[in-house]
Design a protein around this ligand. Sequence first.
Ligand SMILES: *Cc1c(COP(=O)(O)O)cnc(C)c1O
Length: 435
Amino acid sequence: MPADPARIVAADRRHVFRPFTPTEEHEAEPPDVIVGGEGPYVLLADGRRLFDASGAWWCNHLGFQHPRLVAALRDQAAILTHAAMASMTHEQAALLAEELVAVAPGGLTRVFYGDNGSTAVEIAAKLALQYWQQNGRPNRRRFLTLGGGYHGDTVGAMSLGGVDAFHRVFDPLLFEVGRADTSAGHDAAFAWLERELATRGEDVAAVVIEPVVQGASGMVFYDPSLLAGLRAAADRADTFLLFDEVFTGYGRTGPMFASEHAGVQPDLLCTAKGLTGGVLPFSAVLTTDRIHAGFGGGRARAFLHGHTFFGNPLGARVAREVLAVYRDEDVLGQGRRTAAVLAKGVAHLARHPFVRSARSLGCIAAFELGDGGYLGTFGWRLRGAALERGVALRPLGNTIYLVPPLVTAPSALEQAFDRLDDALVSIFANGRNDT
Ligand SMILES: *Cc1c(COP(=O)(O)O)cnc(C)c1O
């Protein structure tokens, strides 16, 4: 028997410290109580069913409560829920590593486990740095990144990121990186990265980027062919390319990994979010034989990093089932169908006044609302209007996006677009009256 919703709300407001939420907002707006999930929908205690356009914060690739993932989790829970994995191994972590390598871009043969996207990025950056420290190039300490990058909220991941609004207050803790300015476009930013690699490449430990889509800075897409030039420049400098595919992996942009758009192989690849279909916190860093071999030669040269839940059997078992579902249910094919519905839906919304830069790539659709200033409040007003119509949005400022499960039924998505359309009509009508 679930607790009374009023009691849940009271406990939440009194004791939960909510992420990304100003204190007074938490106090002013009673949170909706989720009691379940079903495909792309969350089910609320008051009987409403909301289309979750945020895809449970970008990780719900296969729909809530996918029966095969639930069954895999239940089966594994009866066998082994956790075990330490330094001198022992177990079926799930070992076979998952083999299966991940099989679907990853070529050359990635080794898997190190973490438990979320941020720590995957930390792991990958530490692997690059330690590799150079103990393999004859200790001066390689500098990381190059893209402005507006987002790699997670832990201190190392924040250092590599460049979303000022999230990170500015932590500046005193962050290490220096070489950050390409993206304000004049990605061609210029990548040209800068290539120049840095050509002129000061001997100091670079790795170039760290989100391939093809910069998610948190506003679903910014860029030309994948830029990645090929960057790969070539990194090769000339003999340094590493680190792709953060925490968001773009698992078919979110079309192919299994966004690197495939450019046919580029990174030296380090981070995956999380879709890795467990959004079921459990779990992540993995894939890397090469070359980097792995650099950690041989005695105990002091081992990678001195490892989380309590490294290779957790529940996470690994569910991640294996996710890969099996991708194979058996042609999830990438379903994603192509969903992508077509998203592209059509967002193009239709583009006719509204103040809807700008309507765009989509794979199963990501986004648009901008207004142009700042007074119009800057439109994002949150649209959120309210959409919520009344059964669609839960999570705007990034004035960037509105939809990242539904790849397997969303076209009719469900079309209905969500109709409701969003209606919500846009309502706020524009009110907006005009307000001025
Ligand atoms: C979400 C995200 C992260 C952080 O993942 P967490 O699991 O939230 O720590 C890192 N990089 C990218 C590109 C992301 O989208």
